[in-house]
Write a protein that binds this ligand. Structure first.
Ligand code: ZN
Ligand code: ZN
Length: 339
């Protein structure tokens, strides 16, 4: 289904159709395929600068323009796409302005369009991922015993702002047992130089996100740590080997999950295997138990199995993978074998 009439509100979707990333209120009206961006005074000069050819209007005019675009004759038959994830208040505003329009959920259409990346987007994703790997290498060398998780996350964060557009998400640094919390917020926990460290990081570059998780192993690896690490690595590799066009996100998740289940840690892998990455850090296609997405060339997906033993240890290994015509390419060119 192609949608020539749409009203967009989500930041990433507005960015995808207008080329402008507004952190404040922004709407895009697509009427007969023609795009207009609505935002407030504070963002208008930036919009002019980054998208000189785009029609940009003050958000104060949004409702009147909306009525003009979709509220005239034939409004009752006109199907207007919108995103179901907008707020109730926003949707009520649309219905008030366009009481006769037929609102159609365009979420899936928009997701599909964004899930398959163009050659230009693939090049940007590759650059973001390469930079992420380079920052990890450099940051890791600066980690010292006595540093807190917050300090280590700070090293990564400042490199991301110096060399890229900043963080794609809040950098996760977990020392020792904190790695059992999948999305641990770095705190004052001090690294003694011997405990394991899990780092989940993603730099943004050229508007596109990257995502990877690596582990610094503990100096003395217990038999349990080895077992858990080897199993996570095995699951990561098995899933990567299966990535190719036509495979569903659900099947992919199952491949990794079965490996971990067979190793006796099924209950300790409580999240999904992976997600798409692009303008947003989490976007379709999803690789999860319930995912109905099918992989196509040009899609990106993370492969990130993990095992978490509360109060003890956690290991997750995450690679960013590009689906190609014949299989896949792993973008995360960083060692994981002995880590
Ligand atoms: Zn991650
Ligand atoms: Zn991820």
């Amino acid at each position: 289904m192609a949608m020539k009439d749409m009203i967009l509100r989500g930041r990433a979707n507005v960015l995808a159709v207008t080329g402008v990333d507004c952190s404040g209120e922004a709407w895009a009206i697509v009427a007969d395929g023609a795009v207009t961006l609505y935002t407030d005074f504070r963002y208008i000069p930036m919009a002019h600068r980054v998208a000189p050819a785009l029609k940009v209007r003050d958000v104060k005019r949004f409702e009147a323009d909306l009525r003009r675009a979709f509220g005239g004759r034939g409004a009752a038959e006109r199907r207007v796409g919108f995103e179901k994830a907008i707020s109730v208040a926003d949707f009520e505003k649309l219905k008030k302005v366009l009481p006769r329009a037929k609102f159609v959920d365009a979420t899936r259409v928009l997701q599909r369009r964004r899930a398959v990346k163009s050659a230009d987007e693939i090049a940007k994703m590759r650059a973001a991922s390469d930079l992420n790997v380079a920052i990890w290498k450099d940051a890791r060398r600066m980690f010292r015993a006595g540093m807190t998780e917050r300090e280590m996350a700070g090293i990564i964060r400042s490199m991301m702002y110096e060399r890229g557009d900043g963080e794609a998400f809040d950098t996760i640094v977990c020392v020792g047992a904190n790695a059992a919390e999948c999305h641990h917020v770095p705190d004052g926990t001090v690294w003694n130089g011997r405990d394991g460290v899990l780092v989940d990081m993603g730099v943004k570059l050229g508007g596109y996100c990257s995502d990877m998780t690596r582990n610094i192993p503990p100096k003395r690896r217990s038999a349990l740590y080895r077992k858990v690490h080897d199993l996570v690595l095995k699951a990561n590799r098995a899933a990567i080997a299966a990535v190719k066009p036509g495979v569903t996100g659900k099947a992919l998740d199952k491949i990794a999950r079965d490996v971990i289940k067979a190793g006796g840690f099924g209950k300790c892998f409580g999240h999904s295997l992976g997600h798409g990455v692009g303008l947003e850090i989490h976007e379709p296609p999803y690789a999860s138990k319930k995912s109905d997405w099918t992989l196509k060339p040009g899609m990106f997906v993370t492969i990130e199995p993990g095992i978490y033993l509360e109060g003890n240890l956690g290991v997750r290994i995450e690679d960013l993978v590009l689906v190609t015509e014949t299989g896949c390419e792993v973008l995360t060119a960083s060692a994981k074998e002995d880590e």
